[in-house]
Design a protein around this ligand. Sequence first.
Ligand SMILES: [Zn+2]
Length: 300
Amino acid sequence: MDLEELEPIEGCSEELEGAMKCFRDNVTKSYTTNSRRWSIWSLLRNHFDKPIEQWLNNKGAEDFFQGESFSVFCKSKGPSEADLYISQRYKRYRGSIPTPDIDTLRNLLLFCHLTPPKSTSTFFYSKTLTSQYRKGGRTPFCELCWKESQAQKELDSGENFSLKSDRFCADHDPRDPYSLYRTDHNNRQAFYVNLRTITRTGYYYNIKDFEQRQHSRWVAYRMTKLHIRNKDISVMDFLLEGFSQSEIARRLGTSRQSILKIKKKTESFITFWKEIRTSSYPIDPEDLTVWESFDQAHPG
Ligand SMILES: [Zn+2]
């Protein structure tokens, strides 16, 4: 499971959402199930035990983990045992605990158990030989955009290994106060929603090559910068099908003015959206020329 998939499920309670975001921001690949210094369980304890206690109190489900703290519960059980326990307890508290909350917890558990114990200690091995790298599971991209992470760049160029980030590119380095990290971190969710939306179209269907994946990330990043969100996409779909503004407004249960606003906002993007909607990723790289002016598109 990739770090980028570690998201609170939509509709989950705010106690969990907050804890999940803090946890995400602090977890690195050094945290594993058996490390003492970088124990994933201590990280869980620091970020989740209190919020989860609070959350269960608010839901009237204090007894959910039968007196154990959440981190102790996770640590003491194997992944499938813990998952089964949670599903069974959930049946009992179904009335008071929302499903997205339970799914968020199950995702988190899965993530923690998949942080593989490390047997090698040098940074070189941690970067090149962990099972995630061997399987190619870890994405080579910066979490917030389409560029390669700094560590991936080093790997590619054969430079000496340093402690550069395997999560961010140089432009999004959280340690650099002048980087774009703060700005784009706030758009993280929108970026991944956009990425999911476009990679589920025929255009990016089943893409695996580095360049293709990079392309989809670039498009999603730019879309996010153009402030395009899901509701704008439904409007563009109706527009492409030739519906009138008032008809779209009626169907989406909103005003004509708001449709007009979205129409203006998406003006510079709709031709690209049409490309994504109606064709497939070109085999011939020359057919990608349609994207050449995409960098010049600006928010309407
Ligand atoms: Zn980046």
